[in-house]
Design a binder for this molecule. Structure first.
Ligand code: SF4
Ligand code: FES
Length: 233
């Protein structure tokens, strides 16, 4: 099938403003949008710039806006998006070139919530054991691949990039509800600040955007509740 691919392009070294370029490619219905980008770059325009690594929905590096929705290019099939496909860079982060955005502001917010296990108690001889039930408490938020699809779909983040954003809260949730961790109160204090969870207005864009199916809005709600009640178990 013939597919029309419209890509928002921008090279800050030579373009005064972004512009749309249109390409026509032959594709199978089961091709992925990433396959189309590779085909265009390989055979039509080697200057097209995009980011990808695993090509299997694991690394989170190829999140883009496809027909208006934040998606991983390697997970979207042509048969699901149609013969006319519009692709642009994630919104809310600076564009470096074409579909590549600067992820540093996103990772700065990620680092701010202390995304690592905190426990200064003496380590047991073997390991810090955890029951299956305790592990299940935060299972959903362990699936995050830090693709930024949630944060860059959030109108609150677009309005104010000092909001930590959904992804950072998902990552905080993963440690706050881990019963081996002792840093929950420090993270809750960070997220109770003006740049934290109260910037979330329960819009649900993040949940719709997440390629891992994480219940992002629910996780944010659980962190809000932990802040107001002090309960983390
Ligand atoms: Fe990506 Fe989902 Fe993690 Fe957000 S919560 S960064 S959308 S994997
Ligand atoms: Fe790794 Fe798509 S290239 S998630």
């Amino acid at each position: 099938m013939r597919v029309r691919v419209k890509i928002r392009r921008f090279n800050p070294e030579q373009d005064r403003r972004p512009y749309w370029a249109t390409y026509t490619v032959d594709a199978e219905p089961t091709d992925r949008v990433l396959d189309l980008l590779v085909q265009i770059k390989s055979y039509q325009d080697g200057t097209l710039t995009f980011r990808r690594s695993c090509a299997h929905g694991v690394c989170g590096s190829d999140a883009v806006v496809i027909n208006g929705r934040n998606r991983l290019a390697c997970k979207e099939l042509v048969q699901d998006v149609g013969r006319s496909i519009q692709i642009e860079a994630l919104r809310g982060l600076p564009v470096i070139k074409d579909l590549v955005v600067d992820m540093e502001p996103f990772f700065r917010q990620y680092r701010s919530i202390l995304p690592f296990l905190i426990n200064d108690e003496p380590a047991p001889y073997d390991e810090r054991l955890q029951s299956p039930e305790a592990r299940a408490r935060y299972d959903d938020t362990t699936k995050c691949i830090l693709c930024a699809a949630c944060t860059t779909s959030c109108p609150s983040y677009w309005a104010s990039s000092d909001y930590v954003g959904p992804a950072a809260i998902v990552q905080a949730h993963r440690f706050i509800f881990d019963d081996r961790d002792r840093g929950a109160q420090a993270r809750l204090a960070i997220l109770a600040e003006g740049t934290g969870v109260w910037r979330c207005h329960t819009i649900y864009n993040c949940t719709e955007a997440c390629p891992r199916g994480i219940q992002v809005t629910q996780a944010i709600g659980e962190v809000k509740k932990a802040i107001t009640t002090g309960e983390i178990r």
